[in-house]
Ligand binder design. Sequence first.
Ligand SMILES: [Fe+2]
Length: 439
Amino acid sequence: MVLSMLTDAQGLPVATERPETIEAIDRFVQAFLGYGTDFQPILDAADADPTCVVAQAHAAALMLFAETGDASEKAKPYIRRGIEAAQGVSERERLYLWTISTWAAGDYGMSLMAHKALAQKYPRDLAAAKIGQVRAFAIGDSASILSIGETVLPANADNHFVYGMVAFGLEQCHRLADAEAAGRKATEMDRRDPWAHHAVAHVMETEGRIDEGLAWMEGLADTWEQCNSFMYTHNWWHVALFHLDRDDQAKALEVYDTRVWGRLKEYSQDQVNAVSLLARLALRGVDVGDRWNDVANYLAPRTDEHVDPFLDLHYLYGLAKAGRDSEAAKLATGIMVHATKVKPVQQVMWQQVAAPTARALVSYVLGRFDECADFLGQVLPNMHRIGGSHAQRDLFEQIHLDALIQAGRIDPARAIVDRRLALRPNIAHTRRLAERLAA
Ligand SMILES: [Fe+2]
């Protein structure tokens, strides 16, 4: 059966007879690129229009972005419907369905390959390009984050979102000046582009431009109020990092209490931001009171999920720091067992990175600093394989450094502190560490 075609706002043909489906697709793309919350219409459209492959694939992607333990199961009915309807649709629609179904199956590499093909052949499909960047991000493939953004840029030069997408790829590839220019351009084209704000914040954080970064983010923060909880809490997480780098722990804690933790406590990414900030505060000696316990209440039900190693490691650290020994042990052993069962394409991230890092994190919390330093020292060069940004993964380097110091291994600790100081000489906390180690 060949379905009739309508055209979406990006000028892409979509196999559907329902104008309402096109409207729902356009709203999904806008909400997805802008980190909004207008996602119910695409779920309704997927049910009302079961032969629209794009609507089915978007709905499945939404289920996967929820990152719950049953995310893949929830995506399956949409993928199944999409496959049943795929015979009469265009190559773009079939490729897009393929990217989402391989993602649901945990084959990030295969999914990314199809996203690159989509970006080359159908660069107006910005939602697919954006999801492709997320897939690349999840396996630490910074070059692909950038290449997808650059591939779709010429066909979308009038769209501010594409500059934010390119900006983050440039930042992750250490092309900081170009990243800042692209992020600023997006923000000039439309002030409400939280991902572009975020890319520029990464540049300023990396370059130690702390006051400037704080002013940049706080000057735009009013536009984040309508964002989904990931973007809202993550941009505020970056604000808190600037406060920490300014040595203003009280302000960082205030941002944690008022902005970072509390938006959507059940969501994986809110939890990652919370654990990541509390951990940094604790590493600087701040008494965070009962806050670990509150986060752990939401982490405790996740010990059997193993959706993603980057998530699992944050859940584990939060549980261990809260003293939830039995849940932490369950998750740590679960990671170890899961690593032996994953498909070959996921073995590196689970076996070579997640399992030894899990052991290192528990060792650290137990005060077994030598063991932590040994495990993390071995795994840090491969840490990018589990995804996350440089700024996010820096937490593991900070824990490694603290473990070395606590274990009395001064020479390797000093080498790390010297390197950090050379990159950002104005950070008071790093200077204090250098002085302490010199003494
Ligand atoms: Fe970030």
